[in-house]
Design a protein around this ligand. Structure first.
Ligand SMILES: C[S@@+](CC[C@H](N)C(=O)[O-])C[C@H]1O[C@@H](n2cnc3c(N)ncnc32)[C@H](O)[C@@H]1O
Length: 362
């Protein structure tokens, strides 16, 4: 909220209201009241479209309705990847409209626990909707208390787009994988489940704190398969060893998560995008060296810029002729792809994501 609240103008409050899909953030309400903007009285806005919300703000402030473009930084259209056969300005507006709607909570049910978890969800009267094409993915309605449920049955809170990354890795039982940017381990845990708890995963990250969280989460859930190691990208984390698969879930500008983190759009700069790209390219090269001949390399970012997605992959493939894209079905639709998959936020009510799957020559 720092970016929103710094210039304390009525228009900024109005924009903050616009960003809240359901109700205004308490901090904004408080500051609005403190500053005498009583016309910005909190009203549920979740049912309104972004255009209707803009009109409402115009009425509150007795000014012309803000434009949709004002809801995101001015540099966004120059950085967004635009899909083929799509009109760039229409795509830009569609992205901004999607950033105004918080996606639902998604959970991933562990292999073999479908009936058990479904029964528990029903017992707790939590409305739940499976995503038919992605096994184990369930969309929950509202903001249910999942703490009690997690003590009873095995599942993980994981956005649908993140689940798609695991499915594109498609590791086989008994394989050896390196999760280069493991963080708190959402993807590592998914990989263990897909591998039926057979094989190994080296989970590395620069942040030891998040690896600590991963260790805790892994207890009793394929935990003995996962070796956690702090890694800053400089040394070889596994000398003399190659992997069947390497996943690089790289740090990125995170534009695909702007609907969950509405303030992030005002804290993200074009400089961040350029900086992240340098790290992404370094991590991709480091990961590639550790893929065995014939093995798989998966690159994923939860962002929608050209620079951090297709440009990274095109640059990488231009220098590494031993890798090529590996055709794969789109995890949400089953439609054939050449190995690069976009998940747009409006397709299935999830974060946005870019995933590329590559194979090293045998
Ligand atoms: C997108 S997050 C990973 C999320 C994680 N895979 C999950 O599923 O929960 C990116 C991660 O990259 C890590 N990171 C940033 N720079 C890094 C570097 N140079 N080497 C390794 N990891 C790095 C960050 O600490 C962060 O945890």
């Amino acid at each position: 909220w720092r970016g929103w609240l710094a210039p304390l103008s009525p228009a900024r409050y109005a924009m903050a209201y616009l960003l809240d899909a359901v109700e205004p953030h308490p901090a904004v309400t408080f500051l609005a009241e403190q500053n005498g903007f009583s016309r910005l009285n909190p009203q549920p806005a979740g049912a309104l479209t972004v255009v209707e919300k803009a009109k409402q703000v115009g009425r509150w402030l007795e000014m012309p309705a803000p434009t949709i473009e004002q809801l995101a930084p001015a540099w966004l259209p120059t950085q967004l990847h635009v899909p083929e056969n799509t009109e760039p300005s229409a795509h830009h507006l569609r992205c901004i409209a999607a950033f105004q709607i918080r996606p639902p909570t998604w959970i991933r049910i562990e292999r073999g626990a479908q009936n058990q978890v479904s029964a528990a969800l029903a017992r707790h009267a939590i409305p739940a909707y499976p995503y038919p094409q992605v096994a184990g993915a369930i969309r929950l309605q509202g903001s249910p208390d999942l703490e009690r449920l997690s003590a009873e049955v095995p599942f993980e809170i994981q956005d649908l787009a993140s689940q798609c990354v695991g499915w594109m890795c498609a590791p086989a039982p008994g394989e050896h994988w390196w999760d280069v940017c493991a963080g708190a381990g959402g993807k590592s845990l998914h990989l263990t489940d897909l591998m039926e708890n057979q094989g190994t995963i080296l989970a590395t990250d620069v942040r030891s704190g998040s690896l600590g969280v991963l260790r805790k989460r892994a207890q009793g859930r394929g935990g003995n398969m996962i070796a956690c190691r702090v890694w800053d990208g400089t040394r070889d984390p596994a000398p003399g060893r190659c992997f069947d698969g390497v996943l690089i879930d790289a740090p990125c500008s995170g534009i695909g998560t702007w609907a969950r983190n509405p303030d992030a759009r005002w804290r993200t700069t074009e400089h961040d995008i350029a900086q992240r790209r340098i790290i992404q390219e370094q991590l991709l090269l480091a990961g590639a060296d550790k893929v065995r001949p014939g093995g798989r390399l998966v690159y994923a970012v939860c962002t929608l810029t050209e620079a951090e997605t297709q440009a990274v992959i095109t640059g990488f493939l231009g220098t590494r002729s031993d890798f090529q894209l590996e055709p794969t079905p789109h995890p949400l639709t089953g439609r054939a792809t050449l190995g690069q998959v976009w998940i747009w936020p409006w397709e299935a009510d999830s974060n946005g994501m870019f995933i590329a799957r590559m194979k090293r020559a045998s």
